[in-house]
Write a protein that binds this ligand. Sequence first.
Ligand code: UDP
Ligand code: MG
Length: 313
Amino acid sequence: MDLSIVIPLFNEDESLPELAAWIERVVNAQGYSYEVIMIDDGSTDRSWEVIEKLRRGNANIKGIKFQRNYGKSAALNEGFKASQGNVIITMDADMQDSPDEIPDLYNMIIRDGFDLVSGWKKKRYDNTFTKNIPSKLFNAAARSMSKIKLHDFNCGLKSYSRKVVKSIEVYGEMHRYVPVLAKWAGFRKIGEKVVEHRARKYGVTKFGWSRFVNGFLDLMTIFFVGKFGKRPMHFFGLWGTLSFMFGLLVFTYLSISKFFLDKTGMTQRPLFFFAILAMIIGTQLFLAGFIGELISRNSVERNNYLIEEKLGV
Ligand code: UDP
Ligand code: MG
């Protein structure tokens, strides 16, 4: 199969028929063999009935219905697992992403050899203050932390080669960082394409202000997990030891000073409390690293590596 189109959706019943018809038009014009996987993320409106109806009209349309609302990441993850195409394209259900971009996104994977291509909503039709400005800050932070040159990490419209989606796991709220997940998994050819963005025609946005707080926290998580997830001691152990040594050094100085030099009482000096603090924090960090190390030794994934090719084994 050429193409899988994965669409996470939560209460988007009004958009679905129009979206499905548009996708069908574009895909048929290109003559791809395809499937559209719609993941109903616990909608409380008529979304699932609409999907059932669409499937009766076109067997290429498939559906997965969650028991409750798990979030966009969960929906993408299930969609990725189910997809059979050589190229996987994700898009939002609200028709803010245009299906007309599909052929270009497909070709960039197949012809130009990209592992992942992310859409870039260069001209946005969202509210300037609640979305556009925070989103610029957020993307700048994500860029500098991940060293991936993308302008729009959170764009719902992206295309992937099959091997990328089969080797990453999208969990929590990590749908914003799929390019980072792909990069950690070893996929380097990450491209970008300016895509048309449209105003939401039906329904309302499903993410409020919390998206930015959560977005930054997730960025920290992904950064630490990616860098130190398999070796926590290298982070906590280093800083813990440094902090402890610093405290110990100051303590030694204070002791020498008390007994041999000016004989002032140790506890009268502010430095004393710094030293204690540094040693306590140091011990805490060291222990955190040690516990982290024990946890990662027990993790079933401790030896999960992605092997690209093998010769003679
Ligand atoms: N979505 C989802 N589960 C959720 C929230 C959103 O599947 O818990 C879907 C939603 O239906 C849409 C896409 O994720 O297809 C993007 O959501 P939205 O358009 O609300 O985000 P925005 O465009 O405002 O960033
Ligand atoms: Mg939207």
